[in-house]
Design a protein around this ligand. Structure first.
Ligand code: FES
Length: 575
């Protein structure tokens, strides 16, 4: 039986329970905002951490959703306070939102720590906002529930469905090949994003909100509801109602984010054909919960997990179709034997309870196991002398003839070099070449941007080539596809072997053998290493300087070293 806390045991009681001079300040300033003591005394104070911003199109509905969350909190007897946090708008923020994921995580943690908060509703969805909010909440470990933004509606162009990202890459390649006019390109631009909500392909956003649900961080079924659907608003109010009880029950993130829940989330990511970005985020998240996750766990679980969500970029449909087909609950029901159903979730019930009775309404969207898009290995972890600490590839997104490939390297020193030369007709490149991008990792880029889907050189595009082996220490958008080896660790900027690759070196990719080898002798590699000079730091001051001093490599989750782990942090003194 759940024990309920007493009002004087609430964390906020430290601010509002004392009748001293500081207590006077807290009460008088609450009164200044128009609140009577009856509004908040003895009630759980719920922070609504809202990543709304004018620049975040994916969260355009969050002002209204915050009101719906507040309605739920008030109905359940709580006292809601909306607290804005940095929005991390994927498309607009440069060089990449990944540079700021840990900043939002820190902001979330410290907002909750420094204010009179008893519980939190975390409102996010656009790519890095989900892992950042969860990381911060895990570190603070107050009762917290995630309210996912929901996917936007399907894109539309001439009656064809358009998918975020995936169709941009597809039609951009056609435009570069001369098959689309400017007017057609602009019409695609106008139709691809036509409602609030995050990207509606299985990009990082849908991947991480689904992972959050599988971790137990959302109400059942929440992650799949399209942002524009009225059921999304009702889910927001339900979320507000639930957090108040979570506070009374003292149900905290580290109570349910266990090793078993992490495995459930990884299995879910693999079964939905999720973004490779999940590897970095899940490692960081798990470590904040005290779960020592290694990237090899993805490879181990991939060997037994079928990819059953027929969603772009791996499949055919979009997130709206997925919702109508039964959504994540239905999918989890299809792979229930691969999950630990005893894992607890925010509603105080097990995953088993939460998926009980879930039905699949369209078996072409959520595929039966025997018709899986791939039976196993939707993601693979590679190692070898080119990636001693690992690299990842999504074999399902690559042309199968490239899973085993050896070819000569064409090396680009950084993204500017790539942009300047990739379409040069004189570039010595063939369909068998291996494109290598250096200095695109956590420190080198900086921020490990989604540059890993290197463009196919124009002259090869014109010849009909649509995929080739590409290797970098960057990440890749979950909406991308191709034989792209990503997250090479250690990165080239800090002296990883990727820094020593030269034009013409042979590189062997062997996905079934999980190998990535530079066919250069150890002696020659040692000679090149001795000649190598570490590049100057990217930042002399500011957040960038903090970032470069503390960022960990991709296989470690790219967290800040001082934010990892579960060592206790003191509550603020109130004097
Ligand atoms: Fe926000 Fe894709 S741009 S999720």
């Amino acid at each position: 039986m759940t024990t309920r806390r007493k009002p004087e045991e609430l964390r906020s009681h430290r601010w509002f329970g004392a009748s001293d001079m500081r207590g006077f300040g807290h009460h008088s300033r609450a009164a200044q905002m128009g609140y009577s003591r009856a509004d908040y005394e003895g009630r759980p104070i719920i922070a609504i951490v809202n990543t709304w911003s004018d620049i975040n199109a994916c969260h355009a509905h969050f002002r209204q959703r915050a009101e719906e969350v507040k309605r739920g909190v008030l109905q359940a007897g709580g006292f809601p306070l909306e607290m804005p946090a940095i929005a991390l708008a994927e498309v607009f923020q440069k060089p990449t939102t990944m540079l700021y994921r840990n900043l939002l995580a820190m902001e979330t943690e410290e907002l909750l720590r420094s204010y009179p908060v008893d519980g939190a509703v975390l409102m996010g969805g656009c790519d890095k906002t989900t892992p950042a909010l969860l990381m911060g909440a895990l570190s603070m470990n107050l009762p917290a529930i995630f309210m996912p933004a929901g996917p936007m509606l399907r894109g539309d162009w001439r009656g064809k469905y358009l998918g975020s990202g995936s169709d941009v890459w597809k039609y951009w390649a056609e435009k570069r090949a001369g098959n689309l006019t400017d007017a057609q390109w602009h019409a695609i631009e106008d139709g691809i994003a036509r409602s609030p909500g995050h990207c509606m392909t299985m990009g990082t956003a849908s991947t991480m909100t689904s992972a959050a649900e599988a971790l137990g961080f959302t109400l059942p079924g929440a992650a799949s509801i399209p942002a524009a659907d009225s059921r999304h608003g009702r889910m927001a109010a339900d979320t507000g109602r639930r957090i108040v009880d979570m506070v009374w029950e003292d149900l905290k993130p580290r109570d349910f984010v266990t090793a078993a829940a992490v495995d459930n989330a990884i299995t879910t990511v693999l079964a939905i054909g999720g973004s490779t970005n999940a590897v970095v985020h899940m490692v960081a998240l798990a470590r904040r919960a005290g779960v020592a996750l290694s990237i090899d766990r993805f490879d181990a679980l991939a060997r037994r997990t079928p990819l059953v969500a027929n969603i772009r970029p791996a499949g055919k449909y979009l997130m709206e179709d997925f919702y109508y087909a039964g959504g994540l609950r239905a999918l989890l029901g299809e792979i229930a034997d691969l999950l630990d159903l005893d894992a607890m979730t925010v509603n105080g019930k097990t995953l088993r309870d939460n998926i009980a009775g879930a039905e699949t309404f369209n078996h072409d969207v959520i595929l039966p196991r025997d018709k899986a898009l791939v039976a196993q290995d939707s993601l693979a972890v590679l190692r070898g002398n080119l990636a001693p600490d690992g690299a990842v590839i999504k074999p399902a997104a690559a042309e199968p003839h490239l899973w085993r490939h050896t070819g000569p390297a064409v090396v680009f020193a950084d993204y500017n070099d790539l942009a300047a030369r990739i379409d040069d007709p004189a570039l010595p490149v063939t369909k068998d070449s291996v494109l290598v991008l250096q200095n695109a990792g956590p420190q080198g880029a900086p921020g490990m941007p989604e540059w890993g889907q290197l463009p196919i050189p124009k002259k090869l595009l014109a010849g009909g080539v649509r995929d080739m082996v590409r290797i970098s220490d960057a990440r890749m958008s979950g909406t991308s596809y191709g034989a792209c080896v990503l997250h090479v660790a250690p990165e080239s900027f800090v002296g990883g072997p990727l820094a020593f690759v030269r034009d013409g070196d042979l590189i062997e990719l062997d996905v079934p053998g999980r190998k990535l080898e530079l066919k250069v002798s150890d002696g020659e590699l040692a000679r090149r290493r001795a000649e190598w000079k570490r590049p100057a730091p990217r930042f002399e001051r500011g957040f960038g300087a903090l970032y470069q001093q503390h960022i960990t490599q991709a296989d470690q989750g790219c967290d800040f070293d001082f934010l990892e782990g579960t060592a206790p942090t003191p509550e603020p003194e109130i004097h």
